[in-house]
Design a protein around this ligand. Structure first.
Ligand SMILES: C[S@@+](CC[C@H](N)C(=O)[O-])C[C@H]1O[C@@H](n2cnc3c(N)ncnc32)[C@H](O)[C@@H]1O
Length: 252
């Protein structure tokens, strides 16, 4: 039986690896890294730096991620097709590079349970039944936790719910059921679409890295600053990763 570990590596700060993640890295024979093209080159080198720092005697296999149809009308269908393509690629690579009895690993950004496809792809590989695989998930510190720590805030009001969503889905209605809404995967400043005027934003980009940027304040006052900071940073680095918490201000 082959074994595969999906190891959460934190969202940018190598010091955020847990002791369990470091132990897991040390037990691995083969690490599978995914290359998502030039825009994500920094993320690939961050993973490589973690391997160099914590691993010994391992082999590295780099997989070229198939491109994803970004503007498909059927978003969910396009993502499912992309997952299937990746499952086949992972299966072939595991079969070829991981011997029976060996342990492999995928290094997952942040925590594997949060908006990451690695878990679903591993389930698909197992369901296809071509490679017999035992898998384990090692949790990691997510970008959301780093965002809250950097802004020195709780994610929620006392005893209240928090909603976690994506830029694509963010809407004014989210605040009907939760006073606090965390947004990930927002390529287009989705907060600009909101009509509410009673929101505070806690925004962070490149959290946990040397390039970290933090901005907070009433959304109406700081939205322009965030847009500018975002555009400048994206131009300078070629890519951006940002996340934010929006909080409804209590009625006076
Ligand atoms: C594919 S999701 C992966 C989330 C990851 N599994 C986690 O636990 O944070 C990528 C999104 O996470 C957020 N993100 C991840 N790392 C980040 C960082 N260092 N700074 C700010 N946002 C980050 C961004 O919203 C980005 O678009």
């Amino acid at each position: 039986m082959r074994k595969m570990k999906l190891i959460g590596i934190g969202a940018g700060d190598p010091e955020h690896l847990t002791l369990q993640a470091i132990e897991a890295l040390r037990s691995v024979d083969v690490v599978f890294l995914t290359d998502k093209g030039p825009e994500s080159a920094d993320l690939l080198s961050a993973r490589q730096a973690i391997c160099d720092r914590y691993m010994r005697h391992h082999r590295t296999v780099t997989l070229e991620d198939p491109p994803r149809e970004r503007n498909a009308a059927d978003y969910e269908g396009a993502v499912r097709a992309w997952h299937e393509e990746r499952a086949i690629l992972y299966e072939e690579s595991i079969e070829r590079h991981l011997a029976d009895g060996e342990c492999g690993a995928f290094l997952v950004w942040g925590d594997p349970s949060l908006y990451d496809s690695a878990l679903r792809i591993m389930d698909a590989v197992i369901a296809r039944g071509r490679v017999e695989l035992d898998h384990e998930i090692i949790p990691g510190i997510s970008s959301i936790q780093v965002l809250a720590a950097r802004h020195k805030i709780s994610l929620h009001e006392i005893g209240e719910p928090v909603k976690v969503t994506t830029g694509r889905k963010l809407s004014d209605r989210d605040f009907d059921s939760a006073a606090s809404v965390v947004v990930l995967l927002d390529g287009r400043c989705a907060f600009d679409r909101l009509e509410r005027r009673d929101l505070i934003i806690y925004w962070g980009a490149y959290l946990g890295t040397q390039d970290e940027i933090l901005i907070s304040g009433p959304l109406a006052d700081v939205a322009g600053r965030i847009r500018e900071a975002r555009a400048r940073a994206r131009e300078r680095k070629g890519w951006i990763m940002d996340t934010y918490l929006l909080r409804r201000r209590p009625a006076p």
